[in-house]
Design a protein around this ligand. Structure first.
Ligand code: UT7
Length: 371
């Protein structure tokens, strides 16, 4: 029997602290007028010191699980797409798995910069379609404010923090993630990157002195790439599904720059009203931007069961891709769950496991000394 992967839950979180363009005027040589006219961005959110990529991811995931009526222990797989992971390893997804108490889930991170959420969504949907798993959490989460150079006006005006998540569930009913396309052009790897801190350029006093631990971007080539591939990927995914652009109710794009979206709309011959846009308030939140925009569109009552929605993005790599969804909503008769409250239990469980590991390590030490 054919299996389908439906989006049955969604959620997002945005840190409370708002940084406006006026605030940025105090930090770098820029102006509200320049930022608004070149990007459309007016303000962005900045994570507080006690928030991290994993905590934002877990908060968004809890909301998505609540919407879907799925208990954390039912989740088979967690994929966190992120460009600002907690560490190079372990995966941020494993930390989220522990925070949620998703005891059964496998967990890994996916690195495809801002396109990461689309790639992750496709991977989870494929795993559900093959029958390998039944329930997945796909999360895009970022604390880009921690890796942005606040003295570099080329980059710091663009980015913001936040997280968004989808719950995917398997069903024999047609719908859900209908098609996806994924592309990369690694010849452009050097135009948008975090140069140091990996194995090629390990962190050293020298890399820190030269600011190589911050996001580096050449804006113009990325802009040119984006304006070409956004429309291309959207068209490709729709055609692959045997549909035409007239069948699509909503385009939910990666929220990078309003000018990029306007060019894409022109190429697709679609009015901007068919695009979900919130970059004016949150800036570019990389992997989180598409699920945050989707959650907002759902909350505003824009998405109805049966609607065809194209998610489309581009980013460092260079990468780009698109996914075509038939919007489902929560499965009928889904139970009431409270993943937020369950996280208290998850903390106790995690503390217990850590303690056990310590006790076993101490016992092992004693045994070795005794032996
Ligand atoms: O998720 C993917 C992330 N990346 C992107 O989406 C980036 C795509 N690129 C862009 O969005 C645009 O290229 C930017 C918004 C980054 C820059 O806009 P632009 O129209 O391409 O400007 P530019 O880089 O060509 O710079 C034009 C001028 C330059 O001055 P000169 O050389 O003409 O005198 C810059 O030095 O604007 C100057 N400039 C600024 N001025 C005020 C660059 N950044 C700023 C700034 N405030 N923040």
């Amino acid at each position: 029997m054919t299996r389908y992967a439906h989006v049955t839950g969604w959620g997002s979180v945005l840190p409370e602290h708002v940084m406006t363009n006026k605030d940025l005027e105090q930090m770098v040589d820029t102006s509200d007028e320049w930022i608004v006219s070149r990007t459309g961005i007016r303000e962005r959110r900045i994570a507080s010191p006690d928030q991290s990529t994993a905590s934002l991811a877990a908060d968004a995931a809890s909301q998505a699980l609540k919407t879907a009526g799925v208990h954390p222990t039912e989740v088979d797989l967690i994929i966190v797409a992120t460009s600002s992971p907690e560490h190079i390893f372990p995966a941020t997804a494993c930390i989220v798995q522990d925070m949620l108490g998703a005891t059964k889930a496998g967990a890994f991170d996916l690195s495809a910069a801002c396109t990461g959420f689309i790639f992750a969504l496709n991977m989870a949907a494929q795993a559900i379609r093959t029958g390998s798993i039944d329930t997945a959490l796909v999360i895009g989460a970022e604390t880009l404010s921690r890796i942005v150079n606040w003295q570099d006006r080329n980059t710091c005006i663009l980015f913001g923090d936040g997280a968004g998540a989808f719950v995917l569930q398997g069903s024999n009913e047609p719908g859900g993630v209908l098609e996806a396309v994924m592309h990369a052009d690694g010849s452009g790897a050097d135009v948008l990157m975090l140069p140091a801190g990996g194995s090629k350029i390990p962190t050293s006093p020298d890399t820190v002195a030269h600011g190589l631990h911050y996001v580096y971007m050449e804006g113009r080539p990325v802009f040119r790439f984006a304006t070409r591939v956004m429309a291309e990927a959207a068209r490709e995914v729709v055609e692959k599904a045997g549909l035409s652009l007239e069948d699509i109710q909503w385009i939910i794009p990666h929220q990078a720059n309003i000018r990029i979206l306007e060019v894409a709309a022109r190429h697709l011959k679609l009015p901007m009203e068919r695009f979900v846009v919130n970059l004016d308030r949150y800036g570019n939140t990389s992997t989180a931007s598409i699920p945050i925009a989707t959650t907002e569109a759902a909350a505003q009552g824009k998405l109805h069961p049966g609607d065809k929605v194209v998610l489309v993005g581009f980013g460092g790599g260079l990468t780009y891709g698109a996914a075509l969804l038939e919007w489902t909503g929560p499965f009928p008769g889904h139970p009431e769950v409270n993943p937020e409250r369950y996280r208290l239990w998850a903390r106790v469980r995690s503390a217990g496991l850590r303690l056990r590991r310590k006790v076993l390590a101490a016992a092992g030490r004693e045994q070795r000394l005794g032996g």
